[in-house]
Ligand binder design. Structure first.
Ligand SMILES: Nc1ncnc2c1ncn2[C@@H]1O[C@H](COP(=O)(O)OP(=O)(O)OP(=O)(O)O)[C@@H](O)[C@H]1O
Ligand SMILES: [Mg+2]
Length: 298
């Protein structure tokens, strides 16, 4: 990082940007994550804010570091956990966090079963997370209005305090499904007011899910044949209307099973071309129960 010339009237933000590696990071992010344009946009904005903040700090222009607690709302498999990891990475790269570590927890990691257990449990988790990101999945389970002696409330109060007092050394990300998160914020306004960024993760379109399938396969040196691609698209179309549909995770699971069938198909053939070991064919997907008309379990 170059020292800023005394009395300089301009700052070369392009150079700052290059030096911080933001463009490479964002290009990687674009290649690694299909779709999610609004999420990528928000990450870009936060990166810009931190970069400018850093320059201002070096110029002696005072400002508190921004609060960066966030909420990620979206249906299952829309990329919330994946983006939390990425977020920690960029916040660390830009010097906001001491570590890119993300501690992922749910209610059971924070709330004890007996009186007096919750505070030490929550504080221990916070201690581990300090300097990085604390990701609380399905955050609404912390609040159980039906149970008046619920220990969750104790965890909530400690979290609220830490989010205020240690906001410079910890980013808390609350994640969950949209409607339940909305209700949770409704009954816990303290959380809502401490959160600087509410980021919504929309369901993926069929086209995006096919692209995700191609990307996930490519990462494992597989590809879809042309018919395989059509079968994948048909699979997604049917799977979406069945129970427990989980966006990109359903695609990932379908591909795991397709690989299993492909391996089995080749083993029964005996000798195969090396190139064929890399290809998922339509038959590998069409054998799925999703096409059998009965209700799919996965
Ligand atoms: N935009 C995307 N591009 C490529 N892969 C993706 C994308 N979104 C999700 N995935 C993949 O799908 C899987 C599920 O994503 P992830 O675990 O981040 O979802 P989630 O929103 O946290 O789900 P849940 O709410 O069920 O915890 C991961 O393996 C991830 O790599
Ligand atoms: Mg998740």
């Amino acid at each position: 990082m170059k020292p800023l010339a005394p009395g300089a009237e301009t700052v070369d933000l392009d150079a700052e940007r290059r030096e911080a590696g933001i463009d490479t990071f964002l290009a990687d992010l674009d290649a690694k994550l299909v779709g999610l344009a609004p999420v990528k946009q928000r990450i870009t904005e936060i990166a810009s804010l931190l970069l400018v903040d850093r320059v201002r700090h070096r110029l002696g222009l005072s400002a508190d570091p921004p609060t960066l607690h966030m909420s990620f709302t979206g249906n299952p498999g829309t990329g919330k956990t994946t983006v939390a990891m990425t977020m920690a990475d960029i916040l660390h790269r830009l010097g906001y966090l001491r570590t890119p570590r993300v501690i992922c927890v749910t209610r059971d990691d924070l709330v004890g079963e007996y009186i007096g257990h919750t505070a030490p449990k929550t504080k221990e988790v916070i201690k581990r997370a300090l300097g990085g990101v604390l990701f609380i999945d399905e955050a609404y389970y912390l609040h159980r209005p039906e149970n008046e002696r619920d220990y969750g409330q104790e965890a909530i109060e400690i979290l609220l305090q830490v989010m205020e007092e240690q906001r410079q050394d910890l980013v808390v990300i609350l994640a969950g499904y949209p409607d339940r998160m909305e209700r949770f914020f409704g009954s816990n306004p303290g959380f809502r007011s401490r959160i600087a960024h509410h980021i919504d993760f929309p369901d993926y379109s069929d086209d995006e899910l096919v692209d995700i399938a191609v990307l996930l396969l490519d990462q494992q040196s597989y590809q879809l044949s042309a018919q395989g691609r059509d079968a994948m698209r048909a699979y997604i179309g049917r799977r979406r209307s069945q129970p427990h549909f989980a966006n990109a995770r359903s695609v990932r699971n379908a591909l795991d099973r397709a690989r299993l069938r492909q391996a089995h198909r080749h083993l029964t053939t005996g000798v195969v071309a090396v190139a064929d070991l890399m290809v998922i064919e339509d038959v590998d997907l069409l054998a799925s129960r999703v096409f059998s008309g009965s209700i799919a379990i996965h």
